[in-house]
Design a protein around this ligand. Structure first.
Ligand code: ATR
Length: 273
């Protein structure tokens, strides 16, 4: 049977096996999908061993995405832009192809929530790996403006300069931000520590769409905060997780699974509904 897995550390709580098993069942594909948690300095070896032993493809998550970028034989254009790889496919020619489906997953999830990206003013919080992966797919949707704000302003400036050729992207400090924005995307890891990015509540209004790439069984700190200040449309990263997985599955199997039912089952599994 064709074998796939996700590499991460820690990875025990990954939902990817659950999601891909449902995709496989839905599309009647014969495959198995597991977990691998190599020591941080043993990822390269573990990756080689997996493909030497017949593995067909894998996902890569924290903290290995940047390292995976350096280990594959060739890169998709979107992985090259993201500077990170979250999906690897062994092609029929024996080549390890590195791809990145995170940004496409974000855009697909935003669209499935009815969020309009064209001509919109987008504020992206954070300038780490997650922000980098999102930039090209977001700019492809032709927003009127995309502003990056980050605690360490120089990192936002660097990212804006790097993606400037793709669209109207600028960097501003949190203090400089002036609304109204149509959409705020939180790509920071602040919610992981129960913290908030230093955003003024004055930017939150009833028609704004709020997206947090993080997720949990209950609202993230950022989503709770935005709701408190009047945001009516809030979304967490669970949909992005399922959509990036669907995109990876499509890369591997050439068939696109449906995501709605799988997202519902995942929510049930997490105790969200
Ligand atoms: P990821 O790959 O998830 O993007 P990362 O590359 O470590 O992770 O980036 C984390 C991002 O969250 C960074 O933009 C970081 O800001 P700095 O560049 O200033 O470190 C941001 N971040 C983390 N904790 C934060 C907090 N409490 N408030 C604001 N931003 C925070």
């Amino acid at each position: 049977m064709d074998r796939y897995l996700v590499f991460g550390h820690p990875v025990r709580h990954s939902k990817s096996p659950f999601i891909h098993t449902l995709f496989a069942r839905q599309t009647q594909q014969e495959l198995e999908y597991g977990l691998a948690e190599p020591a941080v300095d043993e990822f390269a070896q573990a990756l080689r061993t997996f493909f030497d032993q017949g593995g067909k493809g894998c996902n890569v998550t924290v903290p290995f995405k940047e390292q995976a970028f350096t280990l594959v034989d060739c890169l998709s254009p979107r992985a090259k832009r993201a500077g990170a790889v979250n999906t690897i496919k062994l092609t029929d020619d024996g080549v390890l192809l590195g791809d990145n489906t995170d940004g496409a997953g974000l855009v697909a999830d935003l669209k499935s929530h009815g969020v309009t990206l064209a001509d919109s003013r987008i504020l992206l919080l954070g300038a780490g790996g997650a922000a980098r992966g999102a930039l090209a797919p977001l700019l492809t949707e032709l927003p009127s403006e995309l502003v990056i704000a980050n605690r360490t302003h120089t990192k936002a400036q660097q990212l804006a300069a790097e993606f400037h050729d793709l669209g109207p992207v600028t960097a501003q400090t949190y203090e400089q931000l002036a609304g109204p924005f149509d959409l705020v995307i939180n790509s920071t890891s602040a919610s992981l520590q129960g913290e908030l990015p230093p955003l003024t509540p004055a930017l939150i209004h009833t028609d704004i769409a709020i997206y947090d790439m993080m997720y949990g069984a209950s609202d993230t700190a950022f989503i709770s905060w935005a709701k408190q200040h009047g945001a009516r449309q809030t979304m967490d990263g669970l949909g992005m997780l399922v959509e990036q997985a669907a995109e990876a599955f499509t890369v591997w199997r050439g068939i696109r699974p449906g995501t709605k039912q799988v997202l519902r089952e995942l929510k049930r599994n997490l105790g969200v509904i």
